[in-house]
Ligand binder design. Structure first.
Ligand SMILES: C[S@@+](CC[C@H](N)C(=O)[O-])C[C@H]1O[C@@H](n2cnc3c(N)ncnc32)[C@H](O)[C@@H]1O
Length: 391
């Protein structure tokens, strides 16, 4: 099924109730201007004086590569997203314009399948019932689809019937991987207690420029691959590597920034706290024949204060932390590390600017460049190039 978006029907039918995106009724050009202005305001508040590059914006619709839906019970089986600021009210989703053209078809077929089978829905208060979540991942350059059904172990899954139903769907993307994840935990989050590959490959593969990245059902990958590819290209431009620099990629995830830079660097180290994600990073490096890269499984602060303390020759430091940004202790460790250039990419402007202020004792921002990774939401990715202040 294909979507024909005309100027009049751009607003998703769930807009207003679904908590997924909150700005769809603001014309996209205005959203972008507002985001740019929010960065200008932070620059004024924190007294940061450097060039503000124009905001980069790309695909307004169908940009996300991952969604995690929940099952609910409301006039039959529903599957969707929680209503904004509600205490567990689920919106039954039949389309998602920021994710995939295939979302509606898949959700409808799955709800019908389990209604006919008579499976029950898990209740997060009583902790009884079977169906919990549906994870969908879709690569945007290679059009591969991965599906993860999350249930408790309380009922039988008709695996064969489930797969036959999925294989019979008329989809734009190619179904490459189907997992069944069993999660009996009391936690509301998806916990991968047991996962079984029911069909296809254990990874789907995204292609960013000449690089291939394997994406597992439970691995981190930036949500907007087109914007991500452009952000990494800019990081490579601003790093101005000449094959003689050592690069440290803190919070490296699956190693993708380091892999983009390795061809122009002497050596790249990546630091990431999660072992499965580091495994993925090694696999990505191998897949792309990158040999001048190495990964450490470590907490960033602990690394900087132990092994990192011996790396006195880091020329370029890449920082891409979670929303909480950098703690005071990490900032102090970075100041001790003393790299000439820092490239900081952040998904939270508030923590980013507070960190820039703390780094300003030794580093001056040269330019700030926002990237609209998340159209129709208030979120923004921001890249900053910092240079060491020389007296
Ligand atoms: C925003 S993601 C960045 C991933 C990567 N740079 C990319 O572009 O795909 C942040 C990463 O930091 C990792 N992380 C979170 N806390 C950490 C810590 N204290 N030390 C090291 N890594 C951490 C997360 O597991 C996640 O993979």
């Amino acid at each position: 099924m294909d979507y024909q978006l005309s100027a009049n029907d751009k607003i998703c039918k769930h807009f207003g109730s679904c908590g997924g995106c909150s700005f769809q009724d603001v014309p996209y050009k205005e959203q972008v201007l507002c985001k740019e202005e929010s960065i200008r305001q932070l620059m004024r508040i924190y007294g940061i004086d450097c060039a503000l590059m124009p905001i980069n914006s790309y695909n307004e619709w169908f940009y996300r590569n991952k969604m995690e839906f929940s099952f609910g019970q409301k006039e039959g089986i529903s599957c969707g997203l929680y209503k904004k600021a509600s205490h567990g009210e689920l919106i039954d989703i039949s389309e998602c314009l920021i994710f995939s053209k295939d979302a509606g078809v898949i959700l409808k077929a799955i709800k019908e399948f389990f209604t006919v089978k008579g499976n029950s829905v898990h209740n997060k208060f009583s902790h009884k019932g079977f169906l919990r979540n549906l994870i969908l991942r879709e690569t945007k350059f290679t059009n591969e689809l991965m599906l993860g059904l999350v249930t408790t172990s309380s009922e039988e899954l008709d695996k064969e019937g489930f797969l036959n139903m999925l294989k019979g769907l008329n989809l734009n993307s190619t179904l490459k991987s189907v997992y069944w994840i069993v999660n009996d935990s009391l936690s509301d989050a998806v916990v991968f207690e047991k996962k079984e590959l029911l069909f296809g490959e254990s990874f789907i593969e995204e292609k960013l420029d000449e690089f291939k990245f394997k994406i597992a059902i439970d691995s981190f990958f930036q949500v907007n691959p087109l914007a991500q590819k452009n952000l990494y290209g800019k990081i490579r431009d601003y790093a101005k590597l000449e094959k003689c620099e050592n690069v440290l990629d803190l919070f490296c995830g699956g190693g993708s920034i380091g892999i983009f830079l390795a061809g122009m660097a002497k050596f790249v180290w990546g630091v990431e706290v999660s072992q499965p994600i580091v495994d993925c990073a090694w696999q990505n490096a191998k897949e792309n024949n990158i040999e001048n890269i190495s990964f450490f499984t470590a907490d960033a602060r602990a690394f900087l204060n132990t092994q990192g303390a011996f790396y006195k020759n880091v020329d370029v430091l890449i920082i891409n932390p979670p929303r909480c940004g950098l703690s005071n202790k990490i900032i102090r460790a970075i100041l001790r590390l003393n790299p000439k250039t820092i490239i900081y990419s952040s998904c939270n402007p508030d923590t980013l600017f507070s960190n820039l202020k703390e780094l300003s004792v030794a580093y001056k921002p040269q330019l700030i460049e926002p990237f609209d990774f998340f159209p129709h939401t208030p979120h923004l990715e921001t890249l900053v190039l910092l240079k060491q202040i020389t007296s």
